[in-house]
Design a protein around this ligand. Structure first.
Ligand code: ATP
Ligand code: MG
Length: 344
């Protein structure tokens, strides 16, 4: 009998060339996809970014997939070979839950860095998803941070300074290549800290009613932050989430978003997939919970695009805004908001 490992390898090669190989039933194909995801770094690592990328995942609209995207993009980047740090900046602590990181009261967390004096190294935890993935959890204490921060000096820069100090404290081969910051659904001081800390914003947009509503306000805030606090910040990525291919509405929203944001929108679209919503209940990402699911493979595709774009970015001179990348123009969103609300 042939060695099963050998059979799997030859089937993977056959599947790559479009041939069915030994694994041609739906379950076997799913197993194949799972194998691809879980042994990703050996087979097909993502390209490293030309510089550290600090990506703020923001949308003040609730429940659009910010946390799900922070978790699954983070796990995908790490599984495919890139050192990644995910910072949970939402007092709900859902990112910490999904990455299986303790976040009960008293756990060293991002609160201790923002409001206290803990360096990021003291609040960064390992994850089980990948040795390349670390997480700074959020505890419920963070709920008071918006108020406590008001009297703190240079309060908008707390997170930025902490990330800079952390990165510089590490030897080059251990420095994160990606930092993903999961924001709460509001535009308060926590989100402001994340916008000041980031080089770029990723906005997840749910393919649903009112998708673009309120987005104008977020974009205005980003413009204000760029004008006054962080000249390098701009929206660089839009990710369409919870796409339901059975509805016409999902297509309309996707088209509208692509018309507005053009190349900023990733080609990969995240489908509505029950495995994605089940995974956090097991303290896991969908990539580790059900690696062969459509939710998992679409997050891998989105992360791959993100990484490919990152590899093409010009290197950053210390203390300078990214050269040669003018902030994109988003156009007037009000018309679009109106048309999306017409779908009610
Ligand atoms: N692709 C998907 N398929 C199915 N369910 C999803 C998908 N993405 C997210 N969900 C579910 O939708 C809900 C909202 O997602 P998530 O928590 O990521 O949004 P959020 O923007 O972080 O929310 P909040 O604004 O409250 O922080 C969660 O229950 C999540 O499991
Ligand atoms: Mg969230």
């Amino acid at each position: 009998m042939t060695d099963p490992g050998e059979r799997l390898r030859s089937s993977l090669a056959a599947a790559d060339q479009g041939a069915p190989g030994d694994f041609d039933s739906p379950i076997a194909m799913e197993a194949l996809r799972a194998t691809r995801v879980l042994h990703a770094a050996d087979q097909d690592p993502f390209p490293a970014p030309s510089r550290l990328r600090v990506i703020t995942i923001a949308n003040q609209k609730g429940g659009v997939g910010k946390t799900t995207s922070a978790v699954n993009l983070g796990v995908a980047l790490a599984l495919y070979g890139l050192r990644t740090l995910v910072i949970d900046l939402d007092p709900q602590g859902n990112t910490s839950t999904a990455l299986g990181v303790e976040h009960t009261v008293g756990t060293p967390s991002v609160y201790d860095t923002l409001v206290g004096d803990s360096p990021l190294s003291a609040v960064t935890h390992a994850t089980t998803a990948s040795p390349l993935l670390t997480c700074v959890p959020a505890t419920i204490d963070l709920a008071g941070a918006e108020i406590e921060l008001v009297s703190v000096v240079a309060r908008e820069y707390r997170l930025r300074r902490a990330i800079e100090a952390y990165v510089h404290s590490l030897p080059e081969e251990r420095r994160p290549q990606y930092v993903l910051i999961d924001c709460p659904p509001s535009l308060g001081l926590l989100t402001l800290n994340a916008l000041v800390a980031g080089d770029e914003v990723l906005i997840p947009i749910q393919c649903e009613y009112y998708a673009l509503e309120g987005l104008g306000q977020l974009l205005n805030n980003i413009d204000l932050v760029r004008a006054h606090l962080n000249p390098g910040i701009a929206v660089r990525t839009i990710l369409l989430t919870m796409y339901d291919g059975r509805t016409k509405l999902a297509d309309q929203v996707a088209e509208e978003v692509r018309n507005h944001f053009g190349d900023l929108v990733l080609h990969a679209v995240i489908p509505r997939n029950v495995r994605v919503s089940e995974a956090p209940g097991y303290g896991q990402s969908v990539l580790t919970y059900d690696p062969g699911s459509r939710g998992s493979t679409s997050y891998v595709e989105a992360a791959r695009e993100l990484a490919e774009r990152g590899a093409a970015l010009p290197p950053l001179e210390p203390g300078k805004a990214p050269a040669g990348v003018a902030p994109p123009s988003y156009g007037d969103l009000s018309a679009s908001t109106d048309s999306s609300t017409e779908n009610r």
